[in-house]
Ligand binder design. Structure first.
Ligand code: AMP
Ligand code: MG
Length: 492
C-alpha cells in the first residue's frame, strides 16, 4: 500500500524570510515505536501504509513524501523572560499541511529529524525519552478534551544521540492546527518588519480565525481571540493539574493549542507553588502562576501588533491594554466554570466560587491528591459511598468535614439529581492522569531494558481517562513518598 498524503502547503507560499527550506536528515535504520491509528483515521490517513516501510521512512525523515515541502519556521521568543531574537525550528521540520477528511488544515511536523539553519549548537535530533513523553502526554491532554498538538507517530532512528548520556534517537510526528507562536510575531516585530507581521497576522486570521477576516478591525479582533483562547486553555490546564513547565513565548501557540511538551508534569497533591522543571529553579512557571505568565506572554504579542492596530501609537496601546485587561476576567470565568463542574455544579449561584476555593484550600492544607479528591467526591453521591475514602485523602492539617456538609447542602438545593451530578463529575474529572512517577517508570523501562510494556499500558490507560478500571488501579494512585518525582528534565 503506497503512502498517499494530500498536501497543500500554505506556509511555504509565504515570503521566504518566514522559513528556510530544509531536508530532514535520513535516519539510518528507522523503526516504528508507536502509531496513533485513531488519529490517522481522523486525518484520513491509511494507518497500514504509515506502518509499512515507505510510511516509516516518511515518518522518520528518511524520505520526503510526494507533495511535502519541508521547511523550518523562523521565530524568536522570550525564554524565562529574556528575549532571544532568533530561535526557529532547530530540531523540527514542517513537512507540509494536510487537509483532514473533515476539511481541517493541519501541520504535519517531524520533531528530531536533524539540523536546520536554526539549530545553533544543537544537533537537531531528539532522544527517545522526550519523544515518547510528548507523545503520551499530548495524547492524554487530547483525551481530557484540552486543545493540544497531537502525536501521530514516534519512530526510532537507529542512531545514538548524545545527551547527559548516549540515548537512542527518535522522531515524533506532530500534528497541529498551526505552529505559529507568539514568538513568530516577535521575530518580525524585532526586525521592524511591519509588512512581515501584517502578512503573518493575515495568514493566521485566514487559517485559524476566518470569521473575523471581514471585520472592521481584524487585528484587534485577532488579539482578542488569542487572549480568550489562552484564558480558556490555562483554565483547562489547571483543571487537570497540568504544569507546562516552559511557558516561554516561543512555546505559546496562536491557535490556543498546548504546544511543546518538555519537562511538563501533573500535580499529585494539590500544591499551587509546584514547579518540577529542572530548568525552572525560580518557579517562574509554577502551576499556580500559569495564568499570570500567559497574560505576560500575551502582552508581548500585543506589543508586536501595535503597528497593525493603528497609526496612532497611543490608540494602538489603548486597544492592547483594553483587550489584555479582559484576560483576568475571562480566565476566572473559565476557571470557575470548570471547577464548579468538577464539584458537580453547572449553574452558578452566589457563594459557589467560595465553595471551590474552600475545597482547594483544604486540599492544600491537607496535601490531598488533586485527581483523586474529585473522583472520591463524585463517589459520595454516585453510590452513597461512605466518606472514608474521600476523607482519607486529607492530612491532619485539613478540616474538610464542614466543607462537605456545605457542599451536600448546595447540591441538594440544585436542580440535578445526585446521579446526574455524579455522572457529570465523572465525565469531567479524570481518574487516570499520566502521573509523573508512572511516566518516568515507563520511559526508564524502555531506555534501560528495551521493555515497552509499561508504556503501552500507561498510554492505553491515560487515553481512556474517565473510566475507572480495576486492572488500572495501580496507575490511578499517587506515588509513595520514595517514588515521587522531584524534578523533570527536557532532555533535548
Ligand atoms: P524548546 O526548549 O523546545 O522550546 O526549544 C527552544 C529552542 O531550542 C528552539 O529554537 C528549538 O528549535 C531549539 N532546540 C532545542 N533542542 C534542539 C536540538 N537538539 N537541536 C537544535 N535545536 C534545538
Ligand atoms: Mg519550543
Amino acid at each position: 500500500m503506497p503512502l498517499a498524503i494530500v498536501f497543500d502547503n500554505s506556509y511555504a507560499r509565504l515570503p521566504s524570510r518566514f522559513y528556510e527550506r530544509v531536508r530532514p536528515e535520513p535516519a539510518p535504520s528507522p523503526g516504528l515505536l508507536v502509531l496513533n491509528t485513531t488519529l490517522a483515521a481522523e486525518l484520513g490517513l491509511d494507518a497500514k501504509a504509515l506502518a509499512a516501510p515507505d510510511g516509516v521512512a516518511a515518518l522518520s525523515g528518511a524520505s520526503v513524501p510526494e507533495g511535502a515541502d519541508p521547511i523550518a519556521l523562523a521565530y524568536a521568543g522570550h525564554q524565562f523572560g529574556h528575549f532571544v531574537p532568533a530561535l526557529g525550528d532547530g530540531r523540527a521540520v514542517l513537512l507540509g499541511e494536510l487537509i483532514a477528511s473533515d476539511g481541517r488544515r493541519l501541520d504535519l511536523q517531524l520533531k528530531g529529524s536533524g539540523r536546520t539553519v536554526f539549530s545553533r549548537r544543537g544537533d537537531g535530533k531528539a532522544a527517545v525519552g522526550p519523544v515518547l513523553r510528548e507523545y503520551l502526554i499530548s495524547e492524554a491532554m487530547a483525551a481530557f478534551g484540552i486543545p493540544t498538538t497531537r502525536s501521530l507517530a514516534a519512530v526510532a532512528t537507529g542512531e545514538t544521540v548524545l545527551r547527559e548520556r548516549p540515548m537512542p534517537g527518535a522522531v515524533l510526528t506532530r500534528v497541529a492546527a498551526s505552529h505559529v507562536r507568539v514568538g513568530t510575531f516577535q521575530y518580525f516585530a524585532h526586525r521592524s518588519d511591519v509588512d512581515g507581521a501584517r502578512r503573518l497576522a493575515d495568514y493566521v486570521i485566514e487559517r485559524l480565525y476566518p470569521d473575523i477576516a471581514g471585520s472592521e478591525a481584524p487585528y484587534a479582533a485577532l488579539f482578542e481571540r488569542v487572549v480568550h483562547r489562552q484564558a480558556c486553555l490555562i483554565a483547562l490546564w489547571l483543571s487537570v493539574g497540568f504544569i507546562h513547565g516552559v511557558m516561554n513565548t516561543d512555546n505559546m501557540a496562536i491557535s490556543g493549542e498546548t504546544i511543546d511538551y518538555g519537562p511538563c508534569a501533573f500535580l499529585d497533591a494539590y500544591e499551587p507553588d509546584l514547579a518540577l522543571s529542572s530548568i525552572d529553579r525560580q518557579g517562574r512557571y509554577a502551576y499556580g502562576r500559569q495564568a499570570q505568565i500567559a497574560q505576560w506572554n500575551l502582552a508581548r504579542l500585543g506589543e508586536c501588533l501595535l503597528p497593525l492596530l493603528s497609526d496612532d501609537r497611543d490608540k494602538a496601546v489603548e486597544i492592547v491594554v483594553e483587550r489584555l485587561s479582559d484576560f483576568a476576567g475571562q480566565f476566572e470565568a473559565a476557571y470557575f466554570e470548570r471547577f464548579l463542574a468538577k464539584i458537580g455544579l453547572v449553574e452558578e449561584r452566589k457563594g459557589d466560587r467560595e465553595l471551590v476555593t474552600g475545597l482547594l484550600s483544604q486540599m492544600q492544607a491537607g496535601k490531598a491528591d488533586f485527581t483523586l479528591a474529585f473522583r472520591r467526591l463524585a463517589d459520595l453521591i454516585a453510590h452513597d459511598a461512605d466518606t472514608g475514602a474521600f476523607l482519607s485523602l486529607f492530612g491532619e492539617e485539613a478540616d474538610i468535614e464542614p466543607w462537605l456538609t456545605a457542599w451536600r447542602a448546595r447540591l441538594a438545593a440544585g436542580s440535578r439529581s445526585p446521579t446526574e451530578s455524579a455522572a457529570g463529575m465523572q465525565a469531567i474529572n479524570p481518574a487516570l492522569i499520566p502521573r509523573n512517577h508512572q511516566v518516568e517508570k515507563a520511559l526508564d523501562a524502555i531506555i534501560d531494558r528495551n521493555d515497552g510494556s509499561a508504556y503501552v499500558r500507561l498510554l492505553q490507560a491515560v487515553t481512556n481517562p474517565f473510566e475507572e478500571r480495576p486492572e488500572d488501579a495501580d496507575l490511578a494512585v499517587p506515588p509513595r513518598p520514595e517514588d515521587r518525582v522531584m524534578a523533570t528534565f527536557c532532555g533535548t
